[in-house]
Design a binder for this molecule. Structure first.
Ligand SMILES: NC(=O)c1ccc[n+]([C@@H]2O[C@H](COP(=O)([O-])OP(=O)(O)OC[C@H]3O[C@@H](n4cnc5c(N)ncnc54)[C@H](O)[C@@H]3O)[C@@H](O)[C@H]2O)c1
Ligand SMILES: N[C@H](CO)Cc1c[nH]c[nH+]1
Ligand SMILES: [Zn+2]
Length: 439
C-alpha cells in the first residue's frame, strides 16, 4: 500500500480560515474524553491496589508479564553493564551529549538558581533560600520509540540542582530493554529505575506502592496517557508541565531547501500519530515544493505509517499574507518547537512571544536540540508554552523566603503592620508587632 501524506492546506485569506484553523489545532474531544476516563480509572486502581495493579497494567499495556515487582527494577549493575556494552561511537555520543546538557544546566543554575539576600539600611535581612527537592520521579517515554536523550534531559538538571534521589520509570514493551536508555541512566546517575510506564507509572510515583517510593515531583514527557495522568496527580505531587505529543512549527520565508523543511516536519511527526507538524509560509510556490518533498521522501522513511497518520490527522501547511502574519499565528499556536527557517531569523525572532524552544536559521534543525545542543528537550505542548517553560534546574528546586528583622527594623515595620492588622480586624497580629516596639 502506498502511503500518502497531505497535511491540510489552509490560507489565512480564505473566508473559512478561522474555523478550519481551530479545528486543526485541537484534537477530537471524543479521543480526549476516552483517554481521560481510562487514566482516571488506572490512577484510582493503582492508588488502592498498589503493586498488584501496576503488574496488571504492565502486562496489559506493555505485554510484559512478570509476577513480582523485583523483576521490574533495573539494578545498578545492569545499568553499568549496558553502558560498557555500547559500541564506542554510541558511548562517545552519549557522553558528548551528556556533557553539553550538563554545561548548559550548570550555566542556568548560575544565572537564576542560587540563593540571594540583601540588607535594608537598618540591618534587616531579606532574601530567598533555594533548596533542591528530596526525591523526584522522572518519566522516560518508551512506548513507540526509546528515549535515552530524555533520560539525560531529566536526570542531569535534577543532579545539577542537587536532588538526592532520582527514581526513573521507563516502559519496556515486551520486556525489550534498550541498552542506550540503560546506559544513559548510568551516565546521568539515576538512583533507582523501574521498567514501568503510562498512567500506572505516574500513579505509582505519585501515591507510592510497596515497591515504588512516592516522590515529591514528577517530570518528563510522554504520550497523551502520561500527560493526562500527570495533570491529574498534580497537587498530590508537583509536576513540571504538560509535555505531551511532540510538535513542530516551521516559520519559513522560502530560503531553506524544501527537503530540509519536509524532513524537519517528519522529525516530530515520527514520534506519534498525535504529534503535530505545521508549516507557516507566505510563499505559495514554496509550500508546493515542501508538499512535493513530503510525497517524494515519505516512502523511504521507516516510520512512514506514523508520519503519514500524524501529518494527515494533525499537520497543516498554512499560506499566510506575510512573515509578520505568520509570527502572529505562531504566537496563537504557542508550539513546543518553533523553527524560524529564514535567512534573517533575527528579524522575526523579536515578534515571537510563545514557544517552548526557538531554533534560529536554516542550519538549526530541531533535531539537534532533541539530542545535544544543550538546552532541555522536555518542553510544553498543546499551547501551554503560553505559561510554561522548558524543563530546567529550577524545576528541581524550590524557594523559601528569608526574613530577619533587626530591632531598628521592627520599629518601622511594626507600626505599618499594626495599622494594617487593625484594619483587617486581626488584633493578635497587631499586638505581636506592637509588643516589639520600644516605646
Ligand atoms: N514534549 C516533550 O518534551 C516530549 C519529549 C519526548 C517525547 N515526547 C512525546 O512522548 C511521547 C512518547 O510516547 P510513547 O507512546 O512512545 O511512550 P510513552 O512511554 O509516553 O507511553 C507508553 C505507555 O502508554 C500507555 N498506553 C499506551 N496505549 C494505551 C492505552 N490504549 N490505554 C492505556 N495506556 C496506554 C502504556 O502504559 C505504555 O506503557 C510521544 O508522544 C512523543 O511525541 C514529548
Ligand atoms: N522531540 C522530542 C520532544 O518533543 C524529543 C526527542 C527525543 N528524541 C528525539 N526527540
Ligand atoms: Zn524529537
Amino acid at each position: 500500500m502506498t502511503l500518502v501524506a497531505t497535511p491540510v492546506r489552509l490560507s489565512t485569506s480564505a473566508a473559512n480560515f478561522e474555523a478550519d484553523f481551530k479545528a486543526r489545532l485541537h484534537w477530537s474531544a471524543d479521543t480526549d474524553a476516552a483517554i481521560e476516563q481510562r487514566v482516571a480509572d488506572i490512577l484510582a486502581d493503582v492508588k488502592v491496589r498498589g503493586d498488584a495493579a501496576v503488574l496488571d497494567y504492565t502486562a496489559r499495556f506493555d505485554a510484559l508479564e512478570v509476577f513480582d515487582m523485583n523483576s521490574l527494577e533495573l539494578t545498578q549493575a545492569e545499568l553499568k553493564a549496558a553502558f560498557e556494552s555500547l559500541p564506542t561511537a554510541q558511548r562517545d555520543a552519549l557522553q558528548a551529549a551528556a556533557s553539553r546538557v550538563r554545561s548548559y544546566h550548570q550555566a542556568q543554575k548560575k544565572a537564576s538558581g542560587e540563593s540571594w539576600s540583601y540588607k535594608d539600611e537598618d540591618g534587616t535581612l531579606l532574601g530567598q533560600k533555594v533548596t533542591p527537592l528530596d526525591r523526584v520521579g522522572i518519566y522516560v517515554p518508551g512506548g513507540k520509540a526509546a528515549y535515552p536523550s530524555s533520560v539525560l534531559m531529566n536526570a542531569i538538571p535534577a543532579h545539577v540542582a542537587g536532588v538526592a534521589e532520582i527514581i526513573m520509570v521507563v516502559p519496556t514493551p515486551r520486556g525489550e530493554k534498550n541498552a542506550l536508555v540503560l546506559a544513559a541512566a548510568y551516565v546521568a546517575g539515576v538512583s533507582r529505575a523501574f521498567t514501568i510506564g503510562g498512567a500506572q507509572a505516574v500513579a505509582a510515583l505519585a501515591y507510592g506502592t510497596a515497591t515504588i517510593p512516592a516522590v515529591d515531583k514528577i517530570t518528563g514527557p510522554g504520550n497523551a496517557y502520561v500527560a493526562a495522568a500527570k495533570r491529574r496527580v498534580f497537587g498530590t505531587v508537583g509536576i513540571d508541565m504538560i509535555a505531551g505529543p511532540s510538535e513542530i512549527l516551521v516559520l519559513a520565508d522560502g530560503s531553506t531547501p524544501a527537503d530540509w523543511v519536509a524532513m524537519d516536519l517528519f522529525s516530530q511527526a515520527e514520534h506519534d500519530e498525535l504529534a503535530q507538524s505545521i508549516l507557516l509560509c507566505p510563499d505559495a510556490a514554496y509550500i508546493d515544493a515542501v508538499q512535493e518533498a513530503i510525497t517524494r521522501l515519505l516512502p523511504s522513511m521507516p516510520r512512514a505509517e506514523i508520519i503519514a497518520k500524524s501529518l494527515n490527522g494533525r499537520g497543516a501547511l498554512i499560506h499566510t499574507r506575510s512573515m509578520q502574519e505568520a509570527c502572529e499565528i505562531s504566537n496563537r499556536i504557542a508550539p513546543e518547537h518553533l523553527e524560524i527557517s529564514s535567512n534573517e531569523p533575527h528579524r522575526w525572532e523579536p515578534l515571537i512571544r510563545h514557544a517552548g524552544a526557538i531554533f534560529l536559521g536554516a542550519y538549526t534543525s530541531e533535531s539537534l536540540g532533541d539530542y545535544c545542543a544543550g538546552p532541555n528537550h522536555v518542553l510544553p505542548t498543546s499551547g501551554t508554552a503560553r505559561f510554561s517553560s522548558p524543563l530546567g534546574v529550577y524545576d528541581f528546586q524550590k524557594r523559601s523566603s528569608l526574613i530577619e528583622v533587626s530591632q531598628a527594623g521592627a520599629q518601622i515595620l511594626g507600626k505599618i503592620a499594626a495599622e494594617l492588622a487593625y484594619g483587617e480586624g486581626l488584633q493578635a497580629h497587631a499586638m505581636a508587632a506592637e509588643m516589639r516596639l520600644i516605646d
